[in-house]
Design a protein around this ligand. Structure first.
Ligand SMILES: *Cc1c(COP(=O)(O)O)cnc(C)c1O
Ligand code: SF4
Length: 347
């Protein structure tokens, strides 16, 4: 259990203790039927047929606790727009592909992506707790990348055989959708490889199902000799509920470094007030902004695209308004480049 220290928060602590479901239950109980989402949020039913059509291509999936942070009756709520299937997704847009990062090309074996120097990315779990409409993996063959035991042995051997690898990144899907038993064992095996120094976890679960951050995951994250970095994925300050904040502070106090990455999304966070507020709110919970990503050009997400110029200007405004450590790096990912590419900041 995670205990609160601030006396002002006792009421919430009591109520969450009384009706707290486990993270596994929350994961199993995600909302997948657009009708249920429309009912819960009292949305105008005229948008339902489009939602049903778009969810056939890439299903709706959202945990209850994330929906509770949305405003009822507000069709443009910034959290809702991240998960609501919409008609625009079905419009074909030239220049938007199904595998924009061509990850198929840097996949030396199932579940492992070695694209950048010194770092390998492991697809630990194909599952996600939430289906984000802008996701570049919305067409990714997850099923082929749910590694078996044998695949793990090969992956660990690949890392052990390459002394240039200093950091192992657990990714997905969402790596924290995997069990702590598996993750603890994997971490131990990785820590046995002497040239690996850091373990990095990229996950949206601390945001969407905060009770995922519990004693058992803090245990494997902090007990090995590896330095541990958690990169959370938050796009808007409204996602950072008091419970999310509490769990993040606990993680930080346990010695895990906390970073955030955001995707710049038209109509959701494409203005400097929203982005500045996100940075400030993150830091309140001991999280530093890391990347602000331009959208990957994936089929079905074209309506979230902002121009490079507008993005550069937004970060220019942030740079003037915030201390340097609260300004994320503006980047884009391109398949043929050896790193995430910086995008110019404009004043
Ligand atoms: C983003 C990414 C990384 C990590 O890059 P950093 O710039 O170190 O955050 C590593 N591997 C792959 C395949 C990635 O997409
Ligand atoms: S949590 Fe990440 S991988 Fe999963 S759907 Fe959202 S953006 Fe994609």
């Amino acid at each position: 259990m995670i205990h609160r220290t601030e006396p002002g928060c006792q009421a919430l602590s009591l109520s969450t203790a009384l009706n707290q479901e486990t993270w596994q239950q929350a994961l199993a109980n995600t909302i997948r039927d657009p009708r249920q989402l429309f009912e819960l949020l009292q949305l105008d039913p005229s948008a339902l047929p489009a939602a049903l059509a778009a969810s056939k291509d890439f299903p709706l999936r959202v945990p209850h606790s994330f929906v509770e942070r949305m405003k009822k009756g507000d069709a443009s709520d910034p959290l809702l727009l991240q998960v609501l299937p919409r008609g625009q997704e079905l419009d074909y847009q030239p220049g938007f592909s199904k595998d924009p990062l061509e990850e198929g090309n840097s996949n030396p074996q199932p579940g492992l992506i070695h694209k950048y120097q010194g770092r390998v990315l492991l697809v630990v779990s194909g599952a996600c707790a939430i289906n984000c409409r802008y996701c570049f993996r919305r067409h990714f063959p997850y099923q082929d990348n749910n590694p078996s035991r044998k695949a793990w042995i090969n992956t660990l051997r690949y890392i052990a055989d390459d002394p240039s690898i200093h950091e192992v990144i657990l990714s997905g899907g969402d790596p924290l959708a995997a069990s702590d038993t598996l993750l603890a064992e994997l971490t131990e095996r990785i820590a046995d490889i002497p040239h690996v120094q850091r373990l990095r976890i990229h996950s949206r679960l601390p945001i969407v199902i905060p009770q995922r951050i519990n004693d058992s995951c803090i245990q494997w994250m902090t007990k090995s000799r590896l330095q541990t970095i958690m990169v959370i994925h938050s796009n808007h300050a409204n996602e950072l509920s008091p419970e999310v904040g509490e769990r993040l502070l606990t993680l930080r106090q346990s010695g895990v470094h906390l970073l955030n990455q955001t995707v710049l999304l038209k109509g959701i966070n494409d203005n400097s007030d929203t982005l500045c507020k996100l940075s400030e709110s993150l830091f309140r919970y001991a999280v530093l902004p890391y990347y602000l990503h331009l959208l990957d050009r994936v089929q079905g997400a074209a309506h979230f695209l902002t121009s490079d110029k507008q993005a550069g200007k937004l970060v220019g405004e942030m740079t003037q308004r915030l201390p340097g450590y609260l300004v994320p790096k503006l980047v884009r990912e391109l398949p043929e480049k050896p790193a995430k590419m910086p995008v110019p900041v404009l004043f």
